[in-house]
Design a protein around this ligand. Structure first.
Ligand code: BG6
Ligand code: MG
Length: 227
């Protein structure tokens, strides 16, 4: 039992619910309005990245846009967020991705701590809409960190609050930047998605329905036994 991890730290967008898709749609609409085209492949590098940094990466596709003032950039970022907020208006308890609530329940049954480690300023709002707030011992959102993903700060902030050594935490992510952040914190990383983006994950599954508690624990113990 002592080999068991003590905490699970979940990313939100794209792991707990499919709001990653709403972020993409909102960015795509914003980009269209300024004559920039972005596709899903480009969007992979926006996953896990803060709002303003994402905007910078989109503007970099059109060099004339880089000279925009910071007020103008802020205005564009607000515009994207307003559209995103319209899209998430319909989010409710039916939008929890398969396997997630079962995993949260099993974390609780095994007396593990649970945190959220999100780059989003909207994280608390979304978790509330999903009816999942009561599961979380702590929520880290964009307002609590100086350095966003891929810096490990989001995950170390959560673990520090929970009082759990980093090596005894499991982080779950759908973004390349997120897996890098978990690995940088020396936690065990579970990637949800494609090997093209998430090859660095300690354990990779294709979608959330494959997030099975016993299997994750088995992989965690195997890695800790080897290292
Ligand atoms: C991350 C998403 O969770 O949050 C990114 O993966 C998003 O796509 C980032 O840009 C910031 O979100 P928000 O809600 O603060 O604009
Ligand atoms: Mg994500």
């Amino acid at each position: 039992m002592s080999q068991y991890p003590k905490a699970f730290i979940y990313d939100l967008d794209g792991v707990i619910t499919d709001t990653a898709e709403f972020h993409f749609l909102a960015w795509q609409k914003l980009a269209e309005g300024i004559d920039i085209t972005i596709d899903r492949q480009f969007n992979e590098q926006l996953k896990g990245i803060s709002r303003l940094e994402s905007l910078e990466r989109i503007l970099a596709l059109e060099p004339s846009m880089l000279s925009l003032s910071s007020d103008e950039k802020q205005r564009l970022a607000n515009q994207k967020n307003n559209h995103y907020l319209e899209l998430v208006e319909s989010v409710n308890t039916d939008d929890i991705l398969p396997g997630i609530e079962q995993l949260l329940r099993e974390n609780k049954e095994h007396q593990m701590k649970i945190a959220l480690g999100s780059a989003s300023n909207n994280a608390k709002n979304i978790v509330d809409r999903l009816g999942l707030t009561h599961y979380f011992d702590y929520i880290v959102d964009a307002s609590q960190v100086k350095k966003g993903k891929p810096d490990p700060e989001t995950f170390t902030t959560a673990a520090d609050f929970l009082g759990v050594p980093y090596e005894e935490c499991i982080g779950i992510e759908d973004a390349e930047a997120g897996v890098e952040a978990i690995n940088g914190a020396f936690m065990f990383s579970v990637g949800v998605g494609a090997v093209e983006q998430l090859a660095q994950a300690d354990y990779l599954v294709a979608n959330t329905s494959e997030l099975v508690f016993d299997e994750i624990i088995k992989r965690y113990i195997e890695k800790r036994t080897i290292s």
